[in-house]
Design a protein around this ligand. Structure first.
Ligand code: CAA
Length: 295
């Protein structure tokens, strides 16, 4: 499967800009490189991009161990990766995928800084998990060339990409986004632009309800997780999954659902808010609903 994608992508040989070298951004860059594309990874500091590149290198080495790539393909993939902190370095990209903080203002500012450097045909995509693609597209001068490309964590493992056209997105842009996701070995599912799309409209209220269960003493964290793992066959319990996603991200998404759908059923659980206030954000800070040794 990876071999076929690799060959298909090489024929297209896209240059993909990825903005944000964090959990999602480095994963997106990894799968694009693995598929044969060239990638320029941008973040605000040299330290951030270096950390992202290190994680990508580790992931590609793992791909060789698992025989998803040959050693030669790994070396070629590494050679196709460039890192930068300068928007002008994305000027020749065919696609730019933004994966920064889940705040409208931050994302809009990224596209405002990027836009002058890219020709009108460059496709801009956002990996947002819940913010309106229509609204983000409207913040750019190329709304017809703007699309949502929502990847899932851990990106190298999860098959799904939600492809989300905004109201203004041209059909050709959607087709190109679907082709890019497919070339990266993903299964794109087209979803209309509503808060949380399908994934987080369903997932986040479940996680939020699990936090209410914990807060109200229905069970402890291990108990809540075990019920969902052993009783529903979920690969991870909802609290464990919240720790993997990041509690700040979960809260941001619940807030978007609550504010945009204006329905009290999406009210973020006060315990989730409190944990974010304490900076107990899950795996990335070493403490969330569970504890994670620093590695
Ligand atoms: N980061 C990167 N890779 C990871 C990882 C992580 N945090 N955790 C596991 N993996 C990799 C492992 O390295 C392994 O890869 P190899 O093939 O190279 O060995 C592979 O995943 C399988 O891992 P394991 O066999 O160790 O563990 P597992 O079978 O328990 O699977 C899991 C781990 C894939 C994470 C599984 O528990 C799972 O599917 N969990 C649910 C994940 C999920 O729901 N993700 C969606 C979150 S929502 C989202 O991302 C979108 C949003 O908008 C919030």
């Amino acid at each position: 499967m990876e071999g076929e994608n690799h060959e298909a992508a090489k024929a297209q040989n896209h240059l993909v800009g990825v903005i944000g070298a964090g959990q999602m951004g480095h994963g997106i860059a990894h799968v694009m490189l693995r598929a044969g594309h060239r990638v320029t990874l941008l973040d605000v500091s040299q330290d951030f991009v270096a950390a992202g590149a290190k994680r990508i290198a580790k992931g590609l080495a793992r791909d060789v161990e698992k025989e998803r790539l040959t050693e030669e393909q790994r070396l070629q993939a590494i050679a196709r990766l460039k890192t930068t902190t300068i928007f002008a370095d994305l000027a020749t990209a065919d696609f730019v995928i933004e994966a920064v903080t889940e705040k409208f203002e931050v994302k809009a500012e990224v596209f405002r800084l990027l836009e002058p450097h890219c020709p009108p045909e460059t496709i801009f995509a956002s990996n947002t998990s819940s913010i309106s693609i229509t609204r983000l597209a409207a913040a750019t001068a190329r709304p017809a060339k703007f699309v949502g490309l929502h990847f899932f964590n851990p990106v190298p493992v999860m098959k799904l990409v939600e492809v989300v056209p905004g109201l203004q997105t041209a059909p050709e842009t959607v087709e190109k986004a679907i082709a890019l996701a497919t070339s990266a070995g993903k299964t794109p599912v087209r979803v209309n632009d509503f808060p949380g799309f399908v994934s987080n409209r369903v997932l986040m209220p479940m996680i939020n309800e699990a936090v209410f269960c914990l807060m109200e003493g229905v069970a402890d964290a291990a108990g809540v997780d075990n019920v969902m793992k052993l009783g529903m066959n979920h690969p991870m319990g909802p609290l464990e999954l919240a720790d993997l996603i990041g509690l700040d991200v979960c809260l941001d998404i619940m807030t978007v659902l609550y504010e945009s759908l204006r329905d009290p059923k999406y009210r973020p659980c006060p315990l989730l808010e409190k944990m974010v206030a304490a900076n107990w954000l899950g795996c990335k800070t070493g403490r969330g609903f569970h504890q994670y040794p620093k590695s």
